[in-house]
Design a protein around this ligand. Structure first.
Ligand code: PEP
Ligand code: MN
Length: 399
């Protein structure tokens, strides 16, 4: 059963599972599974985020927009962790200690702006909502919301975590476990599917109450952070570090309420505000929000997601993002926070470990007949390894 309170609170962007018995069997199965992460490692991350809030380190949170089951085998999770490691190493070489958080090993559910998609032949089918819900193949059959997919999401997150552990052991045994190489890789995803997240709540033995055992950190997306909805209530009841995406239309009142509910009574850095306003709007919108928080601004970790406010379309209709615009948002983010004596606490990026061509380097490239030929993302365009490195270098120079 969904807890009573959940039935009374609206929840946006939930799939239409339309198979209540299957759904209930899956929820029961998930409830008996071991936790994916233990409460102590969530607590360890909370400790690291406290350093970030104090201005002594930065977060690099990076990975896929939408992970595919077919791209989540152990070696792929290790490739994603290696890329994250190299990004952190770049920052550390520039003298900035890092906390590394993967946007992988569980990033399987997506909020979508439209419930359906119209195919070139005019057929309307349900939209893709992430591999934990339906298949990316554009057919009505593949797009049926299938509760059993949540079990696969669990299994792949579990094997991904094993792969991260193995990677750590091999580095230790290989004698290369010096300094930053041995830093833990924490995992995170958007806590979107409430059926999944609630079924994986487990008692927190150290702090009392419950923690989300699906990941060390979860965040609430821009489309589901309504104050009177179920996602914020979920974030409020768990003991993990949590993030909330903050877009250009967030009001000071909303931000104050979010901080009061999710940060008060917790250690510093428990809440990360993940700012995603776009290079154009951030200078106009962010200062009033930081100012409205007053001293509370120092209680939270401020992350810059320079991806989601900077999405463009090519003339051929492909979604893309421009590295110089991503960098411009980062420059402005750091400047605004510094002006308010608040630490720019890190980056939230969508990246691929492969040499994809989903994002472009300059605006000029958009005007021609551009064909982004290596486009493999199931959802939003990701930075390739070289682009991601340039973005992290830009951030360390902007601090
Ligand atoms: C995302 O992070 O992929 C996403 C959907 O972001 P937002 O909630 O900021 O739109
Ligand atoms: Mn995305």
């Amino acid at each position: 059963m969904i807890p009573r309170t959940m039935l009374e609170i609206a929840a946006a962007h939930q799939p239409d599972w339309s198979a209540p018995e299957e759904l209930s069997a899956v929820r029961n199965a998930l409830r008996t599974r071991p936790p994916l992460v233990d409460a102590h490692s969530c607590y360890a991350l909370a400790g690291e985020l406290e350093f970030v809030a104090r201005g002594e380190a930065v977060v690099i949170q990076a990975g896929d927009c939408a992970e595919l089951f077919s791209d989540s085998a152990r070696h792929r999770v290790q490739a994603k962790a290696s890329q994250l490691h190299h990004l952190c190493e770049t920052a550390e070489t520039a003298g900035v200690p890092t906390v590394r958080i993967g946007r992988f090993a569980g990033q399987f559910a997506k909020p979508r702006s439209c419930a359906t998609e119209v195919l070139p032949d005019g057929t309307e089918i349900p939209v893709y909502r992430g591999d934990a819900v339906n298949g990316v193949t554009p057919t009505a059959a593949a797009r049926r919301a299938d509760p059993a997919r949540m079990l696969t999401a669990y299994d792949l997150a579990a094997s991904g975590l094993d792969a991260l552990f193995m990677r750590q052991l091999l580095l230790l045994e290989g004698g290369s476990g010096i300094g930053s190489l041995l830093a833990p890789t924490y995992i995170s995803h958007e806590a979107l599917l409430l059926d999944f997240e609630h079924a994986l709540l487990r008692p927190d033995p150290a702090r009392g109450g419950d923690y989300a055992s699906s990941a060390h950190m979860v965040w609430i997306g821009e489309r589901t952070r309504q104050l009177d909805h179920a996602h914020l209530a979920f974030a409020e009841r768990i003991t993990n570090p949590v993030g909330v995406k903050i877009g250009p239309n967030a009001t000071p009142e909303e931000l104050i309420a979010i901080v009061d509910r999710l940060a008060t009574g917790h250690r510093r850095g428990r809440l990360s505000l993940i700012i995603r306003m776009g290079a154009e709007k951030i200078a106009d919108r962010l200062p009033a929000l930081v100012a409205a928080l007053g001293t509370r601004a120092g209680q939270v970790t401020w992350l810059c997601d320079p991806m989601h406010g900077n999405t463009k379309k090519t003339t051929a209709g492909q979604k893309t993002r421009v590295v110089t615009e991503i960098q411009a948002e980062i420059t402005r983010f750091c400047r605004i926070l510094r002006e308010h004596r608040v630490h720019p606490g890190g980056l939230h990026l969508e990246v691929s470990p492969d040499p994809v061509t989903e994002c472009v380097d300059t605006v000029a490239e958009l005007s021609g007949a551009l064909d982004l030929d290596r486009y493999e993302s199931a959802c939003d365009p990701r930075l390739n390894p070289d682009q991601a490195q340039r973005v992290v270098r830009h951030f360390t120079r902007s601090l």
